[in-house]
Structure formats: structure tokens, C-alpha cells
Design a protein around this ligand. Structure first.
Ligand code: HEC
Ligand code: HEC
Ligand code: HEC
Ligand code: HEC
Length: 369
């Protein structure tokens, strides 16, 4: 079953930011139709000629990071394709964004948590004092088998948030402190609760939505009462997973006014997707450093010399993103490589933030001096 992950993918801030709504379901299909699957696997499924692309994903995985590893490995990859007579399909900007979303979502449940730890947490964090697993142990308090929201951590958080005011009353009565949860706690609890005999049949899914209504929800749910804006939270949630942000929501539920806003189904996902996707917007590189990358990797040698046939990249009104850099590599890379060889320029490799910095430079509209 395809589980769509819809996120906004962009690599820069400011007027140049090009936003593409990426869809992990499409990405999964592209992974096959573009032949990537013949050589690569994702979490073990697929070919074994080259790296498992699910393994690459860590906290620093952004569209720019995908672009950077693809640039680094492209010449070897092209040789592998020639040797095997595999023609990979067209990789445009949308396809690159969709593939990014697929790699990201495929990895989401890769370390799904530890059911044993989840079981311990269920009793240590007092959940089991009010909630039975299959039978109600308190009138009006549903046992786990009747929780609708066991699909993924965000749905669970949404349910917990909506019930928090009444839970809070019970906690007070029983003199139980509000149990704080980390992202890992939430995953572990979920894995445990999803694998009980009574819940095992329920479908699981990890989805994020486009976050397009996130900003409106941020206002209508009263977040603006204490936070200036979604962007103002960006530094705090930088590098966090969606599950960690969901856990943060639960943790500060008791700080909310007595009647916090109710979330309709899907709204929590929309709001958190919006907050989470900010980090891709905030992933702006440093244009000054990017300029040095542009020169030291010899991009300027050809791209500032019209006679080379390389198009001008600086000072042009264009948006560059990680996805654009992936598709440019795909479309123009082999010709660039030929030209580099004839000029004895070695193929550029990108470390760390160099690709983000380069993208920021290309978007800054700075003329090369
Ligand atoms: C013919 C085999 C082949 C096909 C098809 C192929 N690749 Fe590769 N790919 C390779 C090889 C080989 C490497 C490793 C190159 C190296 O070691 O430098 C690689 C490396 C990569 C890397 C860097 C992985 C790392 O080590 O971090 C990425 C990302 C990648 N490929 C993405 C793709 C995508 C996306 C597609 C489909 C559009 C694709 N590849 C299609 C053979 C292939
Ligand atoms: C002190 C008692 C108490 C404890 C401890 C407690 N809950 Fe609850 N919980 C409640 C009550 C009461 C409700 C129903 C509230 C309502 O109707 O709004 C509820 C509702 C829920 C719901 C919504 C269930 C549904 O019907 O869909 C979820 C999910 C939930 N709790 C999760 C948890 C988790 C996870 C823990 C442990 C971290 C926990 N609860 C600990 C009392 C408690
Ligand atoms: C009553 C004030 C208040 C309201 C309303 C509020 N928050 Fe917060 N929020 C805080 C405080 C205080 C913190 C600092 C972290 C803490 O102590 O929990 C925080 C932290 C956060 C964090 C970062 C958590 C972390 O661990 O760093 C996120 C994300 C967040 N809030 C989201 C929201 C969203 C989304 C809403 C609207 C549904 C919201 N907040 C409404 C007071 C509030
Ligand atoms: C040896 C010359 C040469 C070097 C060095 C070079 N390029 Fe290119 N580049 C070209 C040529 C020629 C094209 C056009 C290829 C084609 O038409 O298929 C091109 C195309 C591109 C494109 C696609 C432009 C478009 O209009 O979509 C991008 C992006 C790009 N290069 C980025 C870079 C970056 C970044 C560097 C440095 C890391 C670099 N190039 C280094 C020759 C070069």
C-alpha cells in the first residue's frame, strides 16, 4: 500500500524560494519507472548494485543533501548504467522532489521503536492506571483496543491532545504528574500498542500533508497566543522529526488554557507538517560561502564563459533548489563531465553544507565579480 507523504520542498528562503509539493506515493512509483530500483534498494527492497538509499537518511537529510550525494556519485553511476545497458528515465524537478519524499517516508518506520520498551512505558507513565488494553477499567475511559488513532504518532497525538483537558482532571484527582514523552517514547508506545492481539489488524500509515493550511491553523488554534508565528518556532524544532514535534505538543498540553482548541481529524497533521516543513525553508545556505564553492569547484570556469556553451547561472532570475540541482545533474551532467574531462577539471564533490551554500549563492542573484 502506498502511503503518501506530501511535503513542501524548498531549499532557500526569500523571494526565490520555489516550492514544490512532493508526494511520496509518486516517488515510490518513480523509483521503479525510472529504473533506480534495478540497482538500488530502499530498506532492503530492490537491486543491490549500489547503496540502499533508505540508509542515507538522517537528521540532516534535506533535498540539498540528496542533490549533493547524487552529484558526488554520478560519474560512477553513469558508468554502471552504461555497463548494464540501463537507461534511467527522465528526472525532472518534480520527480526529484517526489523521490526525496519517498526516501524520507520509507525511512520513517525504519527504526519503529521497541515494543518491549513501549510496554514498560505504558505502565511507568501511568497510562495503564486509567486505560485497560481490551477492557475499560474506568467508566468513560476507552481501552486501547477502542482507540481510533493508532495509525501513526500524529493521529495518536491528535487524539491525546483532544482528550487532554479531561485527562488532566483525572491526573489531578489521582495526583499523577503529567507524563512527558519524547519522540522515541511515542514511537515505542505506538509499536507496543499497535501489536497487541486486539489492535494488530488496524492499518498503520505515516503521512504528512502539504501543510498548506498550517499557517491558518496556527492562528485559529490559538498558538499565536504564545508564539509569534510558525517561523518563530523554526529554530526550536530544527532537525527534529515529526514524531518529536508531536511529542512536544503533548508535553505542553498542560500549559494550554483550560479549553484548548479542538482538532478535527487531520488538522494536527496539517499543522505539524507545516511546522516541520519549515526546516526545509530555513535550510538556507550561506551565499558568501556558496560563492567560494562556485569558484573553487570550477563552476565559474565554464558558466561564466559564454564560449564554453555553459549557460549563465549567476545573476539570472531563476530559482535553484535541491530538486532543481538533481534534475540539472540528470539532464546536463554527462555533457558537463565530457567537457570537464577535456579541460582536465576533476568532477566536483560536495561535502556537508556546500550544496546548500551553492544554492543560496545561485539564488542571491549576485553577479560574479
Ligand atoms: C545502473 C545502476 C544504477 C541506476 C539505474 C541508478 N543508480 Fe544510483 N548509483 C549507482 C551506483 C553504482 C552508485 C554508487 C556510485 C559510487 O560509488 O560513487 C550510485 C549512487 C547513488 C546515490 C548516492 C548514494 C550514496 O552512496 O550516498 C544516489 C542518491 C543515487 N545513486 C540515486 C539514484 C536514483 C534516484 C536513481 C534513479 C533515478 C539511480 N540512482 C539509478 C548505480 C545506479
Ligand atoms: C489519570 C487517568 C489517565 C491516565 C494516567 C492516562 N489517561 Fe488517557 N485518557 C483518560 C481519560 C479520562 C480519557 C478520556 C477523556 C475524554 O473523554 O475526553 C483519556 C483518553 C485518552 C485517549 C483518547 C482515546 C480515544 O477514545 O480515542 C488517548 C489516545 C489516551 N488517553 C492516551 C493516553 C496515554 C498514551 C497515556 C499515558 C501516557 C494516558 N492516556 C494516560 C485518562 C487517563
Ligand atoms: C499558553 C501558551 C502557549 C500556547 C497557547 C501554545 N504554546 Fe507552544 N510553547 C509554549 C511554551 C511556554 C513553550 C516552551 C517549551 C515548553 O516549556 O514546553 C512552547 C513550545 C512549543 C514548541 C517547541 C517545543 C520544544 O520542545 O521546543 C512547539 C513545536 C510548540 N510550542 C507548538 C505550539 C503549537 C502548534 C501551538 C498551538 C496548537 C502552541 N504551541 C500553543 C507555550 C504555548
Ligand atoms: C567544464 C565546463 C563546466 C563546468 C566546470 C561546470 N559546468 Fe555546469 N554545465 C556545463 C555545460 C556545457 C552545461 C550545459 C550542458 C547541456 O546543455 O546539456 C552545463 C549545465 C549546468 C546546469 C544546468 C543549467 C540549466 O540551464 O538548467 C547546471 C545547474 C550546472 N551546469 C551547474 C554546474 C555547477 C554547480 C558546477 C560546479 C560544481 C558546474 N556546472 C561546472 C559545463 C560546465
Amino acid at each position: 500500500m502506498i502511503r503518501p507523504l506530501l511535503i513542501l520542498v524548498a531549499s532557500t528562503t526569500g523571494a526565490h524560494a520555489a516550492v514544490v509539493a512532493a508526494d511520496s506515493g509518486r516517488g515510490e512509483r518513480l523509483f521503479e519507472s525510472l529504473s533506480c530500483v534495478q540497482c538500488h534498494s530502499v530498506n532492503g527492497k530492490g537491486g543491490h548494485v549500489a547503496a540502499d538509499l533508505g540508509r542515507r537518511i538522517d537528521r540532516n537529510f534535506t533535498p540539498a543533501a540528496l542533490a549533493s550525494t547524487m552529484w558526488n556519485h554520478a560519474p560512477t553511476m553513469w558508468t554502471a548504467m552504461r555497463d548494464r545497458e540501463i537507461r534511467a528515465g527522465d528526472l525532472d524537478q518534480q520527480a526529484a522532489a517526489d523521490l526525496f519524499a519517498y526516501f524520507y517516508s520509507a525511512r520513517f518506520f525504519d527504526k519503529p521503536g521497541d515494543a518491549g520498551r513501549g510496554k514498560r512505558l505504558f505502565s511507568e507513565r501511568a497510562c495503564g492506571r486509567c486505560h485497560g488494553l481490551t477492557e475499560s477499567i474506568k467508566p468513560g475511559v476507552n481501552p486501547v483496543s477502542q482507540w481510533a488513532a493508532l495509525g501513526d504518532p500524529i493521529a495518536l497525538t491528535e487524539a491525546m491532545w483532544n482528550h487532554a483537558p479531561n485527562m488532566f482532571v483525572e491526573f489531578k484527582l489521582k495526583e499523577i504528574a503529567w507524563p512527558e514523552l519524547s519522540g522515541q517514547d511515542l514511537s515505542d508506545l505506538l509499536v507496543y500498542l499497535r501489536n497487541l492481539p486486539s489492535t494488530r489488524e488496524k492499518p498503520g500509515a505515516f503521512k504528512t500533508s502539504t501543510g498548506a493550511n498550517g499557517e491558518a491553523l496556527f492562528t485559529s488554534k490559538g498558538c499565536v497566543g504564545c508564539h509569534r508565528s510558525g517561523s518563530s518556532l523554526a529554530p526550536e524544532i530544527k532537525g527534529r522529526t515529526l514524531t518529536q514535534i508531536a511529542a512536544a505538543m503533548w508535553n505542553h498540553a498542560p500549559k494550554m488554557p483550560a479549553r484548548p482548541a479542538h482538532f478535527d481529524t487531520g488538522e494536527m497533521r496539517e499543522l505539524l507538517s507545516y511546522l516541520w516543513a519549515r526546516q526545509f525553508f530555513e535550510d538556507s545556505g550561506n551565499a558568501e560561502r556558496g560563492k567560494r564553492v562556485f569558484n573553487s569547484k570550477h563552476c565559474a570556469t565554464c558558466h561564466n564563459d559564454a564560449s564554453s556553451g555553459a549557460p549563465k547561472l549567476t545573476g539570472v532570475q531563476r530559482s535553484f533548489t535541491g530538486a532543481v540541482m538533481v534534475s540539472a545533474l540528470w539532464h546536463h551532467g554527462p555533457r558537463m563531465l565530457d567537457q570537464m574531462k577535456s579541460r582536465a577539471i576533476s568532477w566536483p564533490r560536495f561535502d556537508g553544507r556546500e550544496m546548500s551554500d551553492l544554492i543560496a549563492f545561485l539564488n542571491s542573484g549576485n553577479e560574479e565579480k
